[in-house]
Design a protein around this ligand. Structure first.
Ligand code: ZN
Length: 150
């Protein structure tokens, strides 16, 4: 199974080296901030909603490799999706990182199955997803520094 492990690690390394959709989104109409104090991870997710669907997404943040790679991968998964569809994706991802069980079809998300062996890191892996769900529901986390429009 070493080859599989290497493949999974390469996905995480690749997202760290070349984060997807990183930086503030000037056109964003939703934003939420996530904070994982146990590891020092920060993640802000910016969305431009077009009706019910995510039209554009980006993230910004700092922290450990798992948190940043997971946020980067998340941005490649949720574009074009509704809140309900993103919740389904998150449920699937959460299952992978908490059980280590991977879907039969190998995909990039399965790269995070190894997090299962390090329970303290599960919060790192889910940080970006939590921020995305908060953003898509228009319900920013209390930790957000963004101010509401008058
Ligand atoms: Zn972390």
């Amino acid at each position: 199974m070493h080859d599989l492990t290497d493949l999974y690690q390469s996905v995480i390394l690749d997202h760290n080296r070349r984060p997807r959709n990183r930086g503030k989104l000037p056109t964003a109409n939703r934003v939420a901030h996530g904070d994982n104090p146990t590891c020092g991870d920060q993640c802000s997710v910016y969305l431009r909603m077009d009706g019910e669907r995510v039209a554009e997404v980006s993230f910004d943040g700092s922290g450990c490799a798992i948190s940043q790679a997971s946020a980067s991968l998340m941005t490649t998964q949720i574009k074009g999706k509704t809140a309900a569809e993103i919740e389904d994706l998150y449920t699937n991802f959460h299952h992978i990182v908490t059980t280590g069980e991977t879907p039969e079809e190998i995909n990039d998300v399965a790269a995070f199955a190894g997090v299962h062996d390090f329970p303290a890191r599960i919060k790192c892996a889910t940080l970006g997803w939590h921020a995305a769900l908060n953003a898509v529901k228009g319900d920013p986390l209390p930790a957000t520094t963004e101010t509401h429009k008058d």
